[in-house]
Design a binder for this molecule. Structure first.
Ligand code: DQA
Length: 146
């Protein structure tokens, strides 16, 4: 059995579904978890889906994934723009990391245009709503199976 894909979600993503629907749509974090499980299942993989509002917890989970996961799909939320700790944690592991943002961060405020995570991720998907998670799972599985 291959190791699961860790799908890690950062701060305020627990509020998806009700939070700023003009940016994030109406899909809840529970709906996204189901979408991820389905997308991974079709590719013969499992997901370990988590959300936290705490930067250090994300760092702990990235380190854990380095040993216990095949790949990471990561929506770092606001910490993607600011977190050197997450940048360092991703730099320290060798599994594929797909960064996801539900909204198109490049069509929003200038402070969202730069992400530190994208500088060390395998790739970034943004602006496709919750479907971005499905695309990210397909992308990391493709890399894992290469
Ligand atoms: C987000 C984009 C971030 O800029 C923002 O801070 C979030 C959500 C997204 O999924 O579009 O919390 O990561």
């Amino acid at each position: 059995m291959s190791k699961p894909i860790f799908v890690l979600n950062g701060p305020n993503l627990n509020l998806l579904g009700t939070r700023e629907p003009e940016h994030y749509g109406s899909v809840s974090i529970g709906d996204i978890e189901k979408m991820c499980a389905d997308a991974a299942g079709k590719l013969g993989m499992q997901v370990d889906f988590r959300q936290t509002n705490h930067e250090g917890t994300l760092v702990d989970w990235i380190q854990e994934a380095g040993s216990n996961a095949s790949a990471i799909v990561l929506n770092p939320a606001a910490y993607g723009h600011t977190s050197i700790a997450m940048y360092d944690a991703i730099s320290a592991i060798s599994i594929p990391v797909a960064e996801v943002h539900v909204s198109n961060i490049y069509a929003r405020e200038e402070f969202r245009h730069k992400t530190l995570v994208s500088q060390v991720a395998s790739g970034t998907i943004c602006g496709f709503g919750a479907h971005g998670y499905t695309l990210a799972i397909q992308a990391v599985v493709e890399i894992v199976n290469r």
